[in-house]
Write a protein of this length. Structure first.
Length: 106
């Protein structure tokens, strides 16, 4: 078993490069043990997604996220890369954005 696989198992992940929601975390919505980025060969825990923000609730919001973070999404293994794959993938969510969110994409 590789170091990354051992780390993923020890931390309660189902596998390497398989994100999971972290509902109990104070600030981040999800996490993954990643081996895709530079320097992540032994597995690095990448936390992503703001716990207090909505995600993927409309096609306009998805387009805005992808436009705003395009440069970081291109960096494999980055938090934006994983958020794009896990939280902002096509299909969307029926959940509305939080009331505290200033800009609404309907």
């Amino acid at each position: 078993m590789s170091k990354a696989a051992e780390k993923a198992k020890r931390l309660g992940f189902s596998g390497v490069n398989e994100p999971k929601l972290t509902r109990g975390h104070s600030t981040k919505k999800a996490a993954v043990v990643s081996t895709l980025g530079p320097g992540q060969e032994d597995g690095a825990v990448v936390r992503f997604g703001d716990q207090s923000m909505g995600n993927n609730y409309s096609s306009k919001a998805r387009a805005a996220f992808k436009s705003r973070h395009a440069k970081n999404i291109a960096r494999k293994g980055s938090a934006a890369y994983w958020a794009n794959r896990f939280l902002w993938k096509a299909g969307g969510s029926k959940k509305a954005p939080p009331k505290s969110q200033k800009k609404k994409y309907n």
